[in-house]
Design a protein around this ligand. Sequence first.
Ligand code: DQA
Length: 147
Amino acid sequence: PLIIILNGPNLNMLGTRQPETYGRETLADIEHQCRAHAEGLGLTVEFRQSNHEGELVTWIQQARGRAAGLILNAGAYTHTSVALLDALLAAEVTTIEVHLSNIHQRDSFRHHSYVAQAAKGMIAGLGSHGYLLALDALARLIKGTPE
Ligand code: DQA
């Protein structure tokens, strides 16, 4: 089964971006961990990042009928984007929302997530391990699903 992992704006800056909040791993490091972990679960991973809201919308649309699951760290668009929410509702793919930081411990404008309404669950505050936990969750959720 195919799992699509989408990363939103500024996540390409991981490693140097506010390391006290986001850690020192790069997005490439996280991608490697996800690929290794997915292999052990019998899952195939497509891993992408974009700084453009519309590109993320298109990728979510394209997941429909193709991906067995979606892991989404929408970055700041989490807190602003009705368009990403609508894309998720249209795609009808089981989605786990991930955040490296604990968004509820931070600025109040980070407490609300538009994408949460379309997500099966959310993992926040556990750093890159959150992506691996999301893979575990999806592996369980899609068990028995063809593809
Ligand atoms: C983030 C949290 C968001 O509030 C922030 O805008 C990000 C990263 C996280 O992974 O902790 O860009 O999604």
